[in-house]
Design a protein around this ligand. Structure first.
Ligand SMILES: *Cc1c(COP(=O)(O)O)cnc(C)c1O
Length: 387
């Protein structure tokens, strides 16, 4: 891979140059006035990006999986019930994490590429009366976007705390945490938030904080405990430093820059841009004779495309695309991973990146013996971009 190659996997992603510059600046003290200002801005921006008025934002060194761990460890105690809306690999992960935390977990699943029926989710809520309902907004293993607003409403109706894995959606898909009753929304810095990997982010609603405060025993992991971090996050947002564990100074500054650019674009404009970009990439993919894993178009995420290999083509395609200058990802869902590949199109992705990706995939497919016309696919993608 050279510096001119395009990184189009579902995270990490191509970053804006200003974000990378922030990463390369001199590392300051974590109590330096400029850092305090950047951390405070990033926390408020995170609350705005998740539309989580009234919620407490957290930004902690770690990956998205740490944010998942924080949601689970702070909200759930041994013996409590949880319902997992299972759309793939990352839903399996939060289910396993809940089990390690001692929860009784009920998975409501669907065949890969589909989302569970809302009636099945409601039946599990009625039957098990869980403390938490978890929803993977976009499951990165299948490219399926769950109907978040409707599922969250079911969780609320039945008194559950709603925990949302938004690692592959926050910053690109519509999320209205407060309006939709999302108690915890968690993500990582390296996907649609447009920063390098290394930060776990989440927002916790007043109800999520109250559930933490009402625990009968302390959170087993000190690093993951809301109680340790709450005073720190509040202090930085109020413009004063405080210490529990050293913040990732340069990463927080890079995230501050990317969140500022995201808010400058505006969340609704950004969501609309991702929808347009996804539609254009898929117009190209369809013209190449590819079909997506999601069972219905309305289930297809705007942050990535999961595409089946056509007959006669296998995982060697990923290497052939890369030889043509674009890095894409193989499959991830355990039952299907040898049968499809994934292309990320989120964050700073530009129309010309989409055209380049369609061309590289098309040329690699042709080199793999699949009959297709890469030029016609590029034309289809550019038509969609200009529609
Ligand atoms: C990437 C991802 C995760 C895990 O995040 P890491 O930063 O890799 O730990 C969890 N859930 C979803 C939906 C993801 O896409």
């Amino acid at each position: 891979m050279t510096d001119r190659d395009l990184l189009m996997i579902p995270g990490p992603i191509e970053l804006e140059p200003a974000v990378l510059r922030a990463l390369g600046e001199k590392t300051t003290s974590h109590v330096d006035a400029r850092f305090i200002a950047a951390f405070g801005r990033a926390l408020s921006a995170l609350r705005q990006v998740a539309q989580a008025d009234g919620a407490q934002p957290f930004i902690i060194a770690g990956s998205g999986t740490l944010a998942m761990e924080m949601a689970v460890q702070n909200l759930v105690e041994p013996g409590e019930a949880a319902v997992v809306v299972n759309t793939g690999y990352f839903s399996d992960r939060i289910g396993a994490m809940l089990e390690r935390a001692g929860a009784h977990v009920t998975h409501v699943g669907a065949s890969p590429g589909d989302a569970p029926a809302e009636a099945d989710v409601e039946a599990a809520l009625v039957k098990t009366r869980p403390k938490v309902l978890t929803i993977t907004h976009v499951d990165t293993s299948t490219g399926v976007r769950a109907p978040l607003e409707r599922l969250a409403a079911l969780g609320k109706k039945h008194g559950a705390l709603v925990v949302v894995d938004a690692v592959c959606s926050l910053g690109a898909e519509e999320i209205r945490a407060t309006a939709w009753g999302l108690d915890v929304v968690f993500a990582g810095s390296q996907k649609a938030l447009g920063a390098p990997p290394g930060l776990a982010v989440l927002t916790a609603s007043p109800a999520a904080q109250a559930a933490h405060a009402a625990r009968t025993r302390p959170v087993a992991s000190m690093y993951a405990d809301f109680a340790e971090w709450l005073p720190i996050m509040r202090a930085y947002e109020a413009g004063t430093p405080s210490y529990f564990a050293t913040p990732a100074v340069n990463l927080v500054r890079a995230l501050d820059v990317s969140l500022a650019s995201l808010l400058e674009e505006g969340m609704s404009a950004r969501v609309a841009r991702h929808a347009r970009t996804a539609a254009a990439f898929r117009a190209g993919a369809t013209a190449l004779g590819l079909t997506g894993l999601p069972a219905r178009p309305e289930l297809a995420a705007h942050t990535l495309s999961a595409l089946r290999y056509p007959a006669g083509v296998d995982g060697a395609l990923v290497g052939r695309v890369r030889e043509r200058g674009v890095t894409v990802a193989g499959g991830l869902h355990p039952a299907l991973k040898a049968t499809y590949f994934r292309v990320g199109h989120m964050g700073a992705v530009s129309p010309s990146d989409i055209v380049a990706a369609v061309a590289a995939v098309g040329r690699a497919l042709a080199a793999s013996g699949h009959a297709c016309d890469p030029g016609a696919a590029v034309a289809a993608a550019t038509r969609a971009l200009d529609a």
